[in-house]
Design a protein around this ligand. Structure first.
Ligand code: G
Ligand code: G
Ligand code: MN
Ligand code: NA
Length: 250
């Protein structure tokens, strides 16, 4: 597999970039943090999507090394942001289940000097359904370090809402598919309202993903959702462009 060979080389050479997409507080409009999104600038293929190369990295045993690089980079960049800003890092289930993962997280924090509460790890619902006991153990280890846990793409998996309270989760990221139909007649607004209420009852923050219109933003605010992320505010940006954005320049 040609792409696999190239990916192997790219990981060895750290030939990736991290971009950062702002997470915006719906009430104040302030940038509360950013999600780190991996980019692979391929000399011939252009930017290869992580949706394509992350599963490949998982298949060929490269995800730990790649994930560790992402973690180190993300913490290293975020330490230069205002102290109120967090950084969110996507964690592959394979990476998450390695016994050394909490140690890797602790090492990235120590090396960068980033306060643990400013790091948010994004996991997916599927993790909660498999090996529930071990998942709980790992989540508790991570929580003991002081990092935050966010549940990514919420609503696309098969976990029930009742599952939420069994796990130490700080934030729920409502999947873009709910945001897409939010302002439609008979759309997803009642579902989003229910998710926000259940999250609030468990002291969890809610964020809506893929917000593209002002109407979606306004309704989300009205429904009590706390944060949003999406092209309405900004796509993922290189670190320098993000720094200019938060400094208020352009
Ligand atoms: O940014 P974009 O829409 O291209 O991302 C596509 C997918 O790749 C998303 O599901 C996103 O969560 C995932 N992804 C992006 N960066 C990372 C990363 O650093 N690690 C992992 N495991 N997944 C990532
Ligand atoms: O799976 P995850 O939620 O981590 O993936 C986030 C993906 O969504 C990234 O690839 C990011 O580039 C993309 N994204 C972020 N905001 C928007 C948006 O407003 N619209 C669309 N279509 N995609 C978005
Ligand atoms: Mn994510
Ligand atoms: Na997401």
């Amino acid at each position: 597999h040609e792409l696999a060979t190239e990916l192997k080389r790219a990981v060895a050479e750290r030939a990736f970039q991290l971009h950062f997409q702002p997470l915006v507080d719906l009430n104040s409009g302030a940038v509360a943090g950013c999600e780190a999104l991996l980019r692979w600038p391929h000399p011939v293929r252009g930017f290869v999507s992580p949706a394509e190369f992350i599963p490949l990295a998982e298949d060929i045993g490269l995800i730990e090394e790649l994930g560790e690089w992402v973690l180190e980079q993300a913490c290293g960049v975020a330490v230069g942001w205002p102290a109120a800003m967090t950084v969110a890092v996507n964690v592959s289930p394979i990476q998450f289940r390695r016994a050394t993962f909490p140690l890797k997280v602790a090492a990235a924090l120590a090396r960068s000097g980033l306060a643990a509460h400013r790091l948010e790890l994004e996991i997916t619902e599927a993790l909660l359904l498999q090996d529930t006991e071990s998942t709980l153990t790992i989540l508790n280890q991570l929580r003991a370090l002081g990092v935050k846990i966010a549940l990514d793409d919420f609503g696309t998996g098969y976990s029930s809402l009742s599952y939420l309270h069994r796990f130490p989760i700080d934030k729920i990221k409502i999947d873009k598919s709910f945001v897409d139909t939010l302002t439609d007649q008979a759309g997803s607004a009642p579902i989003v309202r229910a998710i926000v209420q259940i999250a609030a009852a468990g002291n969890k923050t809610t964020l809506a993903e893929g917000v593209e219109t002002a109407a979606q933003r306004d309704l989300l605010r009205q429904l009590g959702c706390q944060q949003m992320q999406g092209y309405l505010f900004s796509p993922a940006l290189p670190a320098e462009a993000l720094a200019r954005l938060i400094a208020g320049g352009d």
